[in-house]
Design a protein around this ligand. Sequence first.
Ligand code: GUN
Ligand code: FE
Length: 423
Amino acid sequence: MAVTILKGTIVSARSPERLDITENGYLIAENGVITGVFPTLPEQYAGAPVEDWGNALILQSFADLHLHAPQYPMLGMGMDLPLLEWLNTYTFPAEARFADSGYARTVYRQLARELVENGTTRVCMFSSLHTDATLILMEELERAGVTGYVGKVNMDRNGAPGLLQETTEESRRETLRWLGACGDFRLVKPILTPRFTPSCTDELMAFLGGLAAKQDLPVQSHLSENQAEMAWVRELHPDCLQYWETYAKYGLWNDRTLMAHCVWSDQRERAAMKEAGVTVVHCADSNQNLCSGVAPVRTMLKEGLKVALGSDIAGGDHLSMFDVTAAAIRASKARRIMDGWETDFLTVPEGWYLATSAGAAYFGEQPGFAAGNPLHAIVLQDDRLPQSRPLTAAERLERCVYRRQPDAIRAVFSAGRKVYTAG
Ligand code: GUN
Ligand code: FE
């Protein structure tokens, strides 16, 4: 049996309220599956090799539940327009480039490497509408050790005709061709991905809902991100009272559904998410960059909704989930101010929980480094920063969230395997 034993200051998010901290502890996995965190080395492992990381922090790696792989080349650019204009002006032309498989290979290899180097080992990702580039993306993620779900995007209306749009028939055919080719992947699985309601005809939505049921597939999309988008959806679906119903009506709304943003989801829409078990993916960077709004993340949590975090590159401008966590905390503070100081903000442990355990829950994991979880971990050496006094482990984690530390991530483990060691 293969045993992995990591020694260091082990910090994990067992609950949103409190960090679990074991100084000089042992994080142990057998055959890639965690058996536990121990203050001393259990007898049964005496003599087994220990990776001793000294005073380094050993943390859960991140789950990024919403990002757009073909927007990686435009990361950090073109955020001077609101959503719908941003899509037409910058995004659709950038995604159209992925008709070229060679380009896709180069870009996606670089993206997969950068994700791992930043400690993101689980993703739910949008590809473009291109089947071949989507399969290349899945290959590159799997090769780099990134696990999770990838979706070939469906869009048969309101795209860029001749550049980035399918016919309904092409969308159907290519989705089936893509799913037929997904069987060989071990760590990366398909997720159905209608881009958002304005991008998909009713016929296509009905097809995808049927497919989700028939092949037992999860679904990801966008919801109530921007007010102009919502007004458009109302025009397109006058029979639906609210945006979410355009997904629910076609069987795309259940406890494996991910909905990015939900900035403007009101109490009724949030209740529909809670009842169905839909996961909200909060993308604070993107919401600010595109002037979409400030999602009421604290209220969603209080109401008992499932909430995880997404970088939403390239609406979001940060791939590192440390930055994404800090952005979510800041957004919750902006919301507190907007709400007349009536709502709380996210604490650092809560932000950390959302970026790690809450995202991992989508993949069936228990919170923190629970026994039975696949080993997903980051080893982080933070001792190069000046300190005015000795810091607690919780203070060190807080600083990691807010302060970029080049080369601090020394090793990354994903699904039980070491997938990155700093050079
Ligand atoms: N809604 C539809 N497509 C997109 C996209 O690519 N990014 C964001 N942020 N919202 C969308
Ligand atoms: Fe998005």
